[in-house]
Design a protein around this ligand. Sequence first.
Ligand code: ZN
Length: 208
Amino acid sequence: MTDSFIPARRSFLRHTGQFAIAAASTALPGLAVSSVFSASGHSAAMTAALESSSASPSMIDARGLAMFNTHTREKIDLVYATGQRYLPQALGGFNHFLRDHYTGEVGLMDPEVFDLLHRVQQALGTKGSFEVISGYRCEATNRHLRQTRGGGVADKSLHTEGRAIDVRLPGVPLAELRKAALSLRAGGVGFYPREQFVHIDTGRVRSW
Ligand SMILES: [Zn+2]
């Protein structure tokens, strides 16, 4: 009678052992999420951990973005979304990073702008840091730029609504960046070879 219990007990141990391993592997992405909130960036190792994890579909969908601001010389590198969920703290960081550098005004960026940049990088099969020439612009700055620079600064610029960004991607020819942005068929794409940037916005699909 005792003998008949032993295999059952072993079987139970084996199952709890497997359960413990499964629990440990689902705990890993959870830790990664909390470090997204506390740390200011995502390391390559963490990104690899997120991508290789099979525990949670939402963590596989973690989307990050690295940017360098050519005016303020600031850098930022954050995971800003997992699946359908944008991370408010990261969006706040991006909003501040992309503030109007003339006035210091912090605008509210449309998170889909970041998704466009993320998708552009996916289309190009590259990572790396975008150089940002312009993000949010308050109305006064837009008027000022329009008066002083004229062409290329629209009267009703989507920059004033936080729906546009001007970028280049070091190591990627500007024409390639434009092509990748156009391939998304999402929003507007403007090509500025003289100033060396591509304008990307979440407005209707158009290009110039
Ligand atoms: Zn622009």
